[in-house]
Write a protein that binds this ligand. Structure first.
Ligand code: 3PG
Length: 211
C-alpha cells in the first residue's frame, strides 16, 4: 500500500487498535470484534514469537483491512511483515536501517519521533508521516498542538497512553491523522467482551470523526 492510500484509508477510520497478541485465537477474536465495530485499520506489534502468526491469521481473516506491523526496528521484521501481508510498518523511533530499506518498496514505513529536532531530521530524510510516541507521557495534545503550528506539513499518528476521554482533543488537531492504542479492546490490561470491543470501537471512531 502506498502512502497516499494509507493516509486516505486512515482518514476514513482514524482509530487504530494496537495489539500485542497474547495468543493467535484471542487476537483474531479481538480483531473480528473491532472490525465489526467499524475498525478500518489494525496494528499488530511484532514483539513476540506468536505475533507473526497472529498477523498472518488476521490478514487471512480480513483481507480488506489496513494491517500494520508495529515495533518494526530491523530489516528482518520489515521483510517478515511484507511477506505476511502487512500494509505498513511502524516503529517507536528512528531506525535508519529500516528506513533506508523501505525506500522505494511497497510497504510504507512510519518512523517514530517525539521532539522538534527529530521531526526536522525525519523531514530532511523524506518522511512526512510520523508516529508520535509515547504520546500521553510526552505531553499529548498540548505538545502536538505546538508541533502542528511549526510543522503543518507533517501528519502524526500518536499512540501511547491514549484513553477514550482524550479523543476530542486529538480530533481537533489538523495534523493528527489517526490515534492508536489499546483502550478500545482492553481495560486495566484485561480484554473487554467482544460486544464491548465493538461498541468502544464505534464510539471511538465517532469521537475522532466528530459525529
Ligand atoms: C503502541 O505501541 O502504540 C502502544 O502499545 C499503545 O498502547 P497503549 O494504548 O496501551 O499505551
Amino acid at each position: 500500500m502506498d502512502e497516499r492510500t494509507l493516509i486516505d484509508r486512515l482518514k476514513l477510520g482514524p482509530v487504530i487498535p494496537v495489539i500485542g497478541p497474547k495468543s493467535v485465537e484471542s487476537c483474531l477474536e479481538a480483531v473480528d470484534a473491532l472490525v465489526a465495530g467499524g475498525a478500518v485499520a489494525i496494528e499488530i506489534t511484532l514483539r513476540s514469537e506468536i505475533s507473526p502468526k497472529a498477523l498472518e491469521a488476521c490478514r487471512k481473516a480480513h483481507p480488506d483491512i489496513v494491517l500494520g506491523a508495529g515495533s518494526v526496528m530491523d530489516v528482518e521484521r520489515y521483510d517478515q511483515a511484507e511477506a505476511l501481508g502487512a500494509d505498513f510498518t511502524i516503529a517507536p523511533g528512528r531506525c535508519q536501517e529500516v528506513e533506508g530499506h523501505a525506500k522505494g518498496r511497497s510497504l510504507v514505513h512510519v518512523p517514530g519521533i517525539i521532539t522538534p529536532s527529530e521531526i526536522l531530521q525525519a523531514r530532511r530524510d523524506g518522511f512526512h508521516l510520523l508516529k508520535f510516541y509515547p504520546s500521553e507521557a510526552a505531553g499529548g495534545t498540548s505538545v502536538l498542538k505546538d508541533l502542528g503550528s511549526i510543522f503543518p506539513d507533517v501528519m502524526m499518528m500518536p499512540s501511547g497512553g491514549i484513553t477514550f476521554d482524550k479523543l476530542p482533543g486529538y480530533a481537533a488537531l489538523p495534523t493528527v491523522l489517526s490515534v492508536g492504542g489499546s483502550w478500545m479492546y482492553a481495560k486495566n490490561g484485561t480484554y473487554r467482551s467482544a460486544a464491548d470491543m465493538s461498541e468502544q470501537m464505534k464510539l471511538s471512531l465517532d469521537a475522532m470523526l466528530q459525529k
